[in-house]
Design a protein around this ligand. Structure first.
Ligand code: NDP
Ligand code: X2W
Length: 353
């Protein structure tokens, strides 16, 4: 049953992937949104609930081939839950028809087309839209998201890392030339397509770093941290693959400019900065956040440390890569764009165990 008030029609391009089905799960209980189009090239014609039995009874909808004209006619807002290089080709037609877009891929996250093509390996298909796209980290850009036609939803690592550093950089408290982020992701971060490294027998009972000499999230994170610091930053970023399905943990370190600042001062700074943020939770001093405390929930939990009282601040940050790291944040952005309460459809607690 949908609540009173206007109901918005949304479409999802890429409905068979992990972020697509997570959007469907979250939107099934959203009181002001109806999913009117869900696309898949490989499953066109199949009812959604045949492919995803968890959604039986929630959707009377079948997958259709992605077609911009159909999406434009039947949707107020469209999510792209597709690999890179898809949204940038279909989106201009939707924007021209007055449809608003939240893109979960990286197509519009970097403002510099040349930098994008260096990291993504081909020319950008519509660089003219890069300046207009709004980077969809609400804790940083809420006012711009409200009026945006096109929101670039952040990557999962960039969400965990930027939220953890945010108060320190806004207040110029750390050396921005020597930032470090070591982060581990669950295997769902790699998407649903079949690849040998993602098999249970390869990724299970194993833990490894990858992309250590350069991962495509590095320029995205440095760009966002640079906005926060109002200065270019330099980050050492090492992602890891952890033997779990969902979840992301980031360990961040930075050197304090003023070592007389106490851990309690930093804790107060974080608590004050995030006091009115519904989806950022600063844990009490001494805590170590766990990925299972955010599983299925649109929340980032942070904790602060100063190991051995040295001049280094250490921030632990956890999110669910598919929720605050992708589809939950996309719904949060949609709520802001449609002038709905920001937490609508997103207030369920995490799944434990
Ligand atoms: N997984 C995660 O934790 C996160 C993912 N992201 C980003 O979100 C996006 C989706 O990720 P994820 O759900 O994991 O990916 P998946 O690989 O699991 O799913 C991709 C989806 O896109 C569709 N698709 C693929 N190629 C095309 C195309 N050319 N045209 C139209 N549809 C296409 C596929 O369906 P079909 O082939 O049937 O059309 C499928 O539904 C990616 O850009 C990813 O980088 C962002 C943050 C976190
Ligand atoms: C575990 C794993 O493989 N994670 C992915 C990143 C997650 C993601 O999808 O990020 P984008 O939205 O930027 O593509 C990777 O490292 O490429």
């Amino acid at each position: 049953m949908k609540a009173t008030g206007q109901t918005f029609r949304v479409g999802i391009v890429g409905g068979t992937g992990y972020t697509g089905v997570e959007l469907l799960r979250l939107l099934a209980s959203h009181p002001r949104v109806t999913v009117s189009v869900i696309t898949s090239r490989t499953e066109a014609g199949q009812p959604v609930s045949d492919l995803f039995p968890n959604l039986r009874g929630h959707y009377d909808l079948a997958f259709t081939d992605p077609d911009p004209a159909t999406l434009a006619a039947q949707c107020d807002l469209v999510f792209f839950a597709t690999p890179h290089n898809v949204a940038m080709r279909m989106m201009p037609e939707l924007l021209a028809a007055g449809v608003r877009v939240v893109d979960l891929s990286a197509d519009f996250r970097l403002t510099d087309a040349e930098l994008w093509s260096r990291w993504y390996g081909e020319p950008h298909a519509c660089p003219e839209l890069l300046a207009e796209a709004v980077y969809g980290l609400p804790e940083m850009n809420r006012a711009k998201i409200r009026d945006a036609r096109l929101v670039a939803n952040p990557g999962c690592y960039p969400t965990a890392v930027q939220l953890g550093f945010l108060p320190l950089l806004e207040q110029s408290l750390v050396d921005v030339q020597r930032l470090n982020a070591f982060a581990a992701s669950g295997v769902s971060g790699a998407g649903r397509q079949a690849r040998i490294p993602n098999l249970l027998t390869e990724a299970g009972d194993n833990f490894k770093a990858y992309g250590a000499s350069g991962h495509r999230h590095l320029p995205e994170i440095e760009q966002g941290l640079g906005w926060l610091a109002s200065d270019p930053v330099r980050l050492t970023f090492v992602p890891h693959l952890a033997p779990m399905i969902r979840g992301m943990q980031a360990t961040l370190t930075a050197e304090l400019v003023d070592p007389t600042l106490s851990l309690e001062d930093l804790q107060t700074l974080f608590e004050d900065r995030f006091a009115s943020e519904p989806f950022v939770d600063v844990l009490p001093l001494g805590s170590h956040p766990e990925t299972r405390s955010v599983r299925g929930a649109n929340v980032c939990r942070l904790s602060l440390h100063r190991p051995q009282g040295r001049d280094v601040v250490l921030v632990l940050s956890v999110i669910d890569n598919l929720v605050k790291g992708a589809s939950g944040q996309a719904v949060q952005n949609m709520n802001i764009m449609l002038d709905l309460p920001e937490t609508m459809g997103l207030d369920a607690p995490a799944l434990l165990p």
